[in-house]
Design a binder for this molecule. Structure first.
Ligand SMILES: Nc1ncnc2c1ncn2[C@@H]1O[C@H](COP(=O)(O)OP(=O)(O)OP(=O)(O)O)[C@@H](O)[C@H]1O
Length: 244
């Protein structure tokens, strides 16, 4: 497994604030508004933080700047069901490593239905007669199937809250897939609230809380601490919460 950022496909990202409107909401996002450069140091980077702290905005900008469709898919996907990507996509610059990934995928739980539809359509047009039937499976089953048929070594994968579709058991399967691909030089940048996925060994966790993006230990994340507190003190915690 890679242990530093020197040979990563995406080594960092900078923001040119001159390209962002003075009135843009991007200037209100605490973690992003003071950011000039963000370095990736490990081949698994995880963005954590409170709802609305800017994680998906940053991930989407990286994805679109790299050439992915804002709704997800491979770089070849050109379908669009809505046009809502932020102007951050045009204001960032990616610092790319020498090594080019062989394959890549941008996967967002929130627009997976559209990606699955596109996957089925592209499969029907495939001269090799490839068959994909994502809509005949459950959300989690099809999500994991798509991951398992697309993840490989030396790929670039951008994942936005993949846990939304997956049971805890299947999150463990995803964790294993990620670790195995990372051992073969794949790079992952993932947004997650999952205390399971956050536990991926060797990942660099970046928190978008407290006004700036900063690295954080697994045990210091809210996802870990609140889950642990809930499981260990469920009765007391619920009583306090419900009595308020
Ligand atoms: N088109 C838009 N216009 C105005 N504000 C927006 C727009 N899109 C996003 N925002 C705001 O930008 C902020 C960051 O949103 P973002 O989706 O990046 O958060 P997040 O950290 O990914 O949250 P979550 O964990 O809930 O997915 C939020 O306050 C959101 O309301």
């Amino acid at each position: 497994m890679l242990d530093d950022g020197s040979s990563l496909p995406i080594q960092g990202v900078s923001i040119n604030w001159d390209k962002i409107d003075e009135c843009s909401y991007l200037r209100e996002i605490e973690a992003i508004k003071g950011l000039d450069y963000l370095a990736f140091n490990k081949n698994i980077t995880i963005f954590v933080g409170e709802n609305g702290s800017g994680k998906s905005t940053m991930l989407e900008a990286i994805a679109v700047c790299y050439g992915f469709n804002p709704e997800g898919g491979t770089k070849n996907y050109s379908f669009s069901t809505y046009d809502s990507h932020s102007e951050l996509c045009d204001a960032i610059k990616l610092f790319r490593g020498i090594r080019k990934p062989k394959w890549g995928y941008f996967l967002r739980a929130e627009s997976f239905y559209n990606v699955a539809t596109a996957e089925e359509m592209y499969a029907r047009e495939d001269p090799r007669g490839r068959q994909e039937h994502f809509h005949e499976k459950s959300h989690g089953e099809s999500f994991l199937q798509l991951i398992q048929s697309n993840f490989q070594g030396n790929g670039l994968y951008l994942l936005d809250e993949p846990e939304a579709a997956l049971s805890p058991q299947r999150q463990l399967t995803l964790l294993l897939e990620i670790v195995n691909c990372a051992k073969e030089d794949a790079q992952f940048i993932m947004v997650t609230h999952s205390p399971i996925l956050l536990g991926i060994p060797g990942a660099e966790i970046m928190s978008f809380d407290d006004g700036q993006i900063h690295t954080i230990d697994y045990e210091d994340t809210d996802s870990y601490q609140i889950t642990k507190m809930f499981i260990e003190n469920k009765e007391q915690l619920l009583k306090r919460l419900l009595d308020e």
